[in-house]
Design a binder for this molecule. Sequence first.
Ligand code: IMP
Ligand code: MG
Length: 194
Amino acid sequence: MIDEIFERNIGYDEKSKLCIDKILVSEKEIAEIITDMAKKIESDYKNKKVLIVGVLKGAYVFMSDLTRRLRLDAELHFVSASSYGPRSKSSGNVELNDFKPDEDFSGYDVIIIDDILDSGNTMKKLREYFNGRNAKSVEFCVFLDKTAARADCVSAKYIGKAIDDAFVVGYGLDYREKFRNLPYVAVLKKEVYM
Ligand code: IMP
Ligand code: MG
């Protein structure tokens, strides 16, 4: 269905409206969440050697908004992880790609940033990975927390908003690589991905 909608000769706003059920987190709410979160992280990480790790691709918008609000002497790093592939349910198999694979993170307090915590498979993998590279501490910071599908006792220290089980897009989150650039988070219509 998505291909049929995107092939139509209509604007992007109309195309996305046809695919979206409702807006879940508005631009205004996003700005408020970022302000609160930045304050908490700043006070927790003052005077620490901070490494902020963004999980590509989904975290790119959230990480950009959040890090520009942090008055912290932080270093930035990126990894890419994918468990979904082209489908809309986690496969449980997380593939990780570190762009500086031989680096050692001794002495760093690591904050891993992701768009959404769903099954927790991605986080489990990343925690093992950074602990194995001698990080002093590893915490997670996610914009959304979807608790319904959580397999293990994985949790994030910083959570923007807890949401019910629905497939969401926008603010970095995609469906088949589309919708990442929507400035809000929206629930995708079931018929689009079913
Ligand atoms: P986890 O390993 O199941 O926790 O999956 C986390 C990753 O799955 C996130 O970084 C997203 O890329 C993706 N994901 C989970 N839920 C959604 C969703 O509702 N929309 C889009 N991507 C999602
Ligand atoms: Mg992701």
